[in-house]
Design a protein around this ligand. Structure first.
Ligand SMILES: O=c1ccn([C@H]2C[C@H](O)[C@@H](COP(=O)(O)OP(=O)(O)OP(=O)(O)O)O2)c(=O)[nH]1
Length: 149
């Protein structure tokens, strides 16, 4: 089965000049790497909303998720604090990557470094219906480890 394709309009902001468009590195990739549009040093234990230099118009019915890159996470403790970050279809501002440094050392980011990956995903909107009682289930109200470790 082939993956679905959907058009996403991408606006390059002034400070995104020269940065590569997000693109799939291989035919089977789920995510497109996205780069930093600013230089910074992310101190150990700190976080920052890193500019990417791009704004999107995502079609209704889809979202873009901002996810960490596993290599940065494993080698340096660099992750997306809010993973997966949600880019709403009606958001027209700059896509930012909320990076956190969970490592022990400061981490230097240069313009053009691949800091995260973005995944396009379908969205199902729920219709919230208020009721007086919910149906019974085997689990009931048990949660948060109720079945044991
Ligand atoms: O990692 C992220 C997460 C969000 N956003 C942008 C796009 C998204 O559509 C908007 C709002 O995100 P979210 O709904 O997660 O934030 P909020 O804290 O609920 O803010 P708001 O009140 O603006 O919805 O911020 C990013 O650029 N990067």
């Amino acid at each position: 089965m082939h993956s679905q394709k959907v058009d996403i309009r991408v606006k390059r902001l002034d400070h995104g000049a020269g940065l590569p468009m997000p693109a799939y590195a291989t035919s089977g990739a789920a995510g497109m790497d996205i780069c930093a549009a600013e230089d910074l040093t992310l101190r150990a234990g700190k976080r920052h909303a890193v500019a990417t230099g791009f704004a999107f118009a995502i079609p209704d019915g889809y979202e873009v998720q901002v996810r960490p890159r596993s290599g940065l996470a494993l080698k340096h403790g660099i992750t997306c604090l809010n993973t997966p970050g949600t880019i709403d279809s009606d958001y027209r501002g700059e896509v930012k990557v909320i990076l956190a440094n969970l490592g022990d050392e400061d981490f230097v980011i240069n313009i053009g470094d691949r800091i995260a990956q973005i995944v396009v995903a379908p969205v199902t909107q729920g219709i919230m219906i208020e009721v007086d009682a919910l149906d019974d289930t085997e689990r009931g109200t048990g949660g948060f480890g109720s079945t044991g470790i």
